[in-house]
Write a protein that binds this ligand. Structure first.
Ligand code: EPZ
Length: 417
């Protein structure tokens, strides 16, 4: 396992290119199972989770190649089973339920375990697919679904689940008849998946709103598609520019998908603006001020930016609060930030953060993807050296992070643990 060593205190200056979106690429890769012809995806980030998904596609009978951020996929002969040893490493594997049930009428997917940030059940996925005619049994840790062909239905999600909306978009695209999905997730990554499905010939209206209509078609064809830029990676680097009191220019930064984050950063006295050349400039605009944040489904404040903004609040003047309303255990970074001198108290699902003069470098442990990013950000501003262990969590969602940070002045290196 690798670790990152960071010597803090350097204001980052320069340009960072934002990579393709992990959370758009994962469902889009799974949707390749639906294509009758060859698919070519560009702007695919080189990440652990992408490699895991490509392995899963190969096991399910879809041949793939991945080079220079380009994926090609061609279904040869679909198989219904997604094995536990893959699914246990990446919850997003459950997204193959929709395509497999839609095309094969059968799917056998290991029940994804919980993860560091919560139990993360898939009950909403299953309930919705049952409305379309699927039947599920739980058999030795596997969800075994069968159906005699999915039929369009009217479905209301109890919660705007991102994965649930994505699974049902894929299933409904090849179901018989029309499906109306209500209380859908409105995340930009859901819209990117819908646009990809439409490029393959799906008939989808309303993606990005809470009501999506899908008219099932018999067959989806291959196509070429560019994955959207990663708004959470971009948001992480916006915070990096602010926390180090530097000045960063982001290329391919989807600012329009980050309204709630940008509003909070501006409240904290951070300058964030798209420039005439299309890049996004970020720097401090005076002393950082504490704010109050509540994570919500999109377009509310993204839970995937909660840990990163907490690191920023640790060195702001005054205090602020963060209420995590999406996941029940997404504060694993709090104790590690505390080891660096942060003053954070937890009460239920709310963290109270009191800004400190400065953080102290220390050895810390990554626990999940965004907690790792939060520790990197804290290390960049802390006095002294920070050592972050178990950064395989980071590699799941950030392409070449230490290279991108070194290129703008960070003193950061990767070493074996
Ligand atoms: C997606 O996860 C993202 N992952 C997550 O990003 C993100 O945090 C999350 O959406 C919320 O925005 C990918 O896109 C691969 P949900 P997903 O279904 O689909 C509960 C990252 O850091 N729930 O909207 O799993 C669930 O337990 C990752 O990049 C049910 O109870 O999110 C959670 O508390 C982390 N039953 C909440 O809803 C269900 O059937 C949100 O889940 C489904 C979900």
């Amino acid at each position: 396992m690798d670790k990152l060593i960071i010597k803090g205190g350097v204001p980052l200056k320069g340009t960072i290119n934002v990579s393709g979106s992990k959370n758009a690429a994962l469902p889009i890769l799974t949707a390749c199972l639906l294509a009758k012809g060859p698919v070519r995806l560009t702007n695919v980030p080189r990440l652990r989770d992408i490699n895991t998904t490509l392995k899963l596609l190969n096991i399910l009978g879809c041949e793939t190649t991945f080079e220079d951020n380009v994926v090609t996929a061609q279904v040869k002969e679909l198989k219904p089973e997604a094995p536990y040893e893959l699914v246990k490493t990446m919850r997003a594997s459950v997204l193959c339920l929709g395509p497999l049930l839609g095309l094969l009428g059968e799917a056998k997917v290991a029940l994804p375990g919980g993860c560091a940030i919560g139990a993360r059940p898939v009950d909403l996925h299953l309930k919705a697919l049952e409305r379309m005619g699927a039947k599920f049994i739980l058999d030795s840790g596997y969800i075994h679904g069968i159906c005699g062909g999915l039929v369009g239905a009217r479905i209301m999600f109890d919660f705007p689940t991102v994965g649930g909306t994505e699974n049902l978009l894929m299933a409904a695209s090849v179901a018989k008849g029309c499906t109306i999905l209500e209380n859908c997730a409105r995340e930009p990554e859901v819209v990117d998946l819908a646009n990809f499905l439409i490029a393959m010939g799906a008939r989808i209206r309303g993606a990005g709103t809470s009501v999506i209509e899908v008219e099932g078609v018999r067959e989806l064809k291959g196509c070429e598609y560019r994955v959207m830029p990663d708004r959470i990676e971009a948001g992480t680097y916006l915070v990096a520019g602010a926390i180090t009191d530097g000045e960063l220019k982001l290329v391919d930064c989807p600012l329009e998908d980050l309204d709630a984050l940008v509003t909070k950063l501006r409240e904290m006295n951070v300058y964030v603006e798209k420039q005439t050349d299309g890049t996004v400039l970020v720097h401090r605009n005076g002393p950082l001020m504490g704010v109050d944040v509540v994570t919500q489904p999109h377009p509310g404040f993204p839970t995937d930016m909660q840990a990163q903004v907490m690191a920023l609040m640790c060195v702001a003047e005054g205090s602020g609060s963060i209420q995590e309303k999406i996941f029940e255990n997404r504060f694993m970074h709090v104790s590690e930030l505390g080891r660096m001198g942060a003053r954070i108290t937890l009460k239920d699902r709310t963290a109270m953060v009191r800004g400190v003069e400065h953080l102290e470098g220390a050895p810390v442990m990554a626990s999940d993807l965004r907690a790792s990013a939060s520790l990197v950000l804290a290390g960049l501003v802390a006095k002294g050296t920070t050592e972050i262990q178990r950064i395989y969590h980071l590699d799941r969602g950030y392409e070449r992070m230490e290279e991108k940070l070194s290129a703008v002045g960070a003193i950061i290196r990767r070493e074996p643990e």
